[in-house]
Design a protein around this ligand. Sequence first.
Ligand SMILES: Cc1cc2nc3c(=O)[nH]c(=O)nc-3n(C[C@H](O)[C@H](O)[C@H](O)COP(=O)(O)O)c2cc1C
Length: 336
Amino acid sequence: MDGVTDPAMRALQGELGAFSFGVTEFVRVSAHVLPKKVFCREAPEVATGSRTLSGMPVQIQILGGDPGLMADSALNAVQAGAGAVDINFGCPAPVVNRRDGGASLLRDCGRIEAVVRAVRQAVPLAIPVSAKLRLGWDTTEAIDDNASAAAEGGADWITIHARTREQGYRPPVYWEPVARVVHKLGLPVVANGDIWTLDDALRCLDITGCQHLMLGRGALADPSLPHQVAHALVLPSGETSDFCWLELFTRLAQWSSQVGETSERGVLRKIKQWGSIAHSRGNAPWFEDLKRAESLDEALRIVVEFDPGMTGVASRLKEGPRIKAEPGARVEAYLP
Ligand SMILES: Cc1cc2nc3c(=O)[nH]c(=O)nc-3n(C[C@H](O)[C@H](O)[C@H](O)COP(=O)(O)O)c2cc1C
């Protein structure tokens, strides 16, 4: 998720241990082929076997409408160390769509096929290539042709965010059209959209017939959700689902330092973004105060004031890197 699931967040999710894999924020291919150094910067996991330092496999996601530029960029990503490539046909942002990227390609299934085919042919067969789609630009029926086009182009699997571009992120999601694709295509399909609870996950699996789920905002709004879902599916689910916000934010700060994000402001911004997603589901009683925090130190103090119990946190915090905070910040002071 652009602006949210950066390398530090991916490392943290890997540490929590319930996700089978993660996907980078989209890397946009517009006027030029992206050189290897861009992928090394956007996805430092390429230097460690396409896994986070905490061990979670990571796919690099690229976005763009020009088959040639996408293919050459994908090859550079793989040569930089990417172990899998995902192609974004779902981003609804007007600034992206106006420049021929993301969901704008949902209006022409031939273009989806051409981009997937070009990328598939450019990278070695051992490297999976997948496509992330929405149901359509403005109709849910478009998914039939668009999913077939991605399959024809050679996608190894597709992920479907069960909304149209016109819907943006507004409810409801439409899982039924995903079921049609699952039955028609002989490809793994990953269902995505509005999975906020374990019950949503189970209903989604039931309605779509999918065996795979992608969790976005739900995993941030309730950090125990990936664990609950993985546990229900008898997958490796991490050691515990018992997280507290202070622990999570502290670990995010520590991972940020480890992956090279040394600006305290940047970390604070990410914590606020995460808090706002949790707040949207009523899971962040501290959010109104956190919003106004001017330092990491203050943010962590606010969170701990709302949750002074903090039992067991210290024992669960593993030895990790420490944030190179700016003068005045004392992250560790708040570890019980
Ligand atoms: C802030 C934000 C950024 C996102 N960035 C990306 C992105 O870079 N690539 C992508 O494939 N999807 C992106 N998405 C879409 C999510 O991956 C997902 O498809 C969508 O949020 C629906 O799933 P959810 O209800 O589980 O969040 C983004 C969503 C949000 C809210």
